[in-house]
Ligand binder design. Sequence first.
Ligand SMILES: Cc1cc2nc3c(=O)[nH]c(=O)nc-3n(C[C@H](O)[C@H](O)[C@H](O)COP(=O)(O)OP(=O)(O)OC[C@H]3O[C@@H](n4cnc5c(N)ncnc54)[C@H](O)[C@@H]3O)c2cc1C
Length: 483
Amino acid sequence: MTYDVVVIGCGSAALSAAVNAAEGGARVAVLERAPREERGGNSRYTEAWMRMKSEDEVSDDFIYMFLGDRGHGAVDPNVLKDVSNAYENWAKNTKAWAFNDPELVAALADNAPATMHWLKTHGVQFTFHSPMLLQGGDLRMGPSGGGLAIVESLATSAERLGVEMMYETTGRSLLQTDAGDIRGVRAWSKARGNFAIETRNVVVACGGYEGNIEMMIRYCGANAHLTRPVSPGGVYNKGEGIEMMLAVGAAAAGQYDMFHGEPVDPRSPRHEALIGALNYGILINVGGKRFVDEGANRYEYIYDELSWSVMRQKLGRAHFVFDSRLFDIPNIRTRIKTDHEPIRASSVADFAVKIGVPEAALSSTLAEYNAACPSDGVRDTTKLDGLATRGLTVPKSNWAQPIDVSDLWAYPVMCANTLTCGGVKVTGDAEVLNRDGEPIPGLYAAGETVGLYYNLYIGATSVLRGLVFGRQAARKICAGLGR
Ligand SMILES: Cc1cc2nc3c(=O)[nH]c(=O)nc-3n(C[C@H](O)[C@H](O)[C@H](O)COP(=O)(O)OP(=O)(O)OC[C@H]3O[C@@H](n4cnc5c(N)ncnc54)[C@H](O)[C@@H]3O)c2cc1C
């Protein structure tokens, strides 16, 4: 059978593409590596917060976060000059350059409201919450029931619309005509072995490489083997989508050596067993030493850096150390999602044994830290409070408060990998660009396969990226089919 569109993946990005394309009259097949009951990749496990202040508007800081200082790699000034021209007049190197071009960011922001309204037509409702990771700031929007609600609503719609859902089927490579147009996908399943599917349009939406240790180490370097996907869904994402697009000449985009890290409790089998309070205590490595400024900025700006710094330590492990006053912080328990109890001790000696670090090193670390904390000033956890240590080689710039050594608490932490940031360059219509800045005919990308993040993962934008560019791809394909 020939399909108008083959969508590789079955998360929020893929399902957005598949359902929109089917609604547009296309014959669609979805390839999902996971079994039906585990369909949906990372999208199945996320709370799916979106950087939107209402269904009709993205948040005020949305454009700035992508196009401001942090949102890019190193951009040649000639590239920046070029983007003030109309897109069709950009030089090919500008179109293919790995940076967040304003066309792409505008397409994401402009199409977000319509995408949210479309999602509602499939039964998804939205709710607003004060995001747990922020100290104050805007509310975030999210689907009631999280990403699972998105996956199950859209997958049900896909089935109703006659999309052929091929579970336990892995997309492996792209087939092209001699002229370079897409002509199919080579796939594999246990039942069929290798087989080819004919189609003139492929949407590659099968996630990043968080579930592929070889690619994690290749791109993210030393100690990347000491992270693990933060959800069971991420384990299915082994990077083939990105590799198959690069193999046909797609332009790379996004920071390949970066992933969105989260500090989790290594003891817990739960997905996202978050220990999201590191900025209010200190981190101690297996040598009994501090190694990072735990209070360098608002948590949302440093959670990646803190998590990566844990990964770089010996064994990729550390302990988050605090005293019981941590629990006086309003709502702090919503930021700690492990199902394991903290470790407690009433003396440094006992604590050192329990967390497995040398007592002498731990004792001097705690003494030096406590002595360096300001003796006056009241900790204010709602903002950068400027309570900084003085004279330490590894400072703590905010929320520095002595730790009561007769009331010691700790959670073990490791760095989990939420999503990887390397992907391909697309247009605002999700067309994959080649390294000469031209669309590869018939090839589209959505979700984690799209390179969008540099320096920092911009919180609450990944699900949105998938839904929007999945829809954009479908609309472009259907327009080409003349339906
Ligand atoms: C616990 C957690 C919390 C998060 N919180 C947020 C949040 O609040 N807001 C936010 O925006 N983002 C959040 N994220 C990130 C976000 O959920 C993901 O980046 C996003 O859902 C990815 O969507 P996707 O469709 O690109 O990939 P996925 O949802 O991961 O889907 C990929 C799909 O492809 C399939 N697949 C993989 N390889 C192949 C192959 N070769 N062939 C066929 N199928 C394949 C997988 O099985 C899966 O179905 C969170 C992630 C997690 C895990």
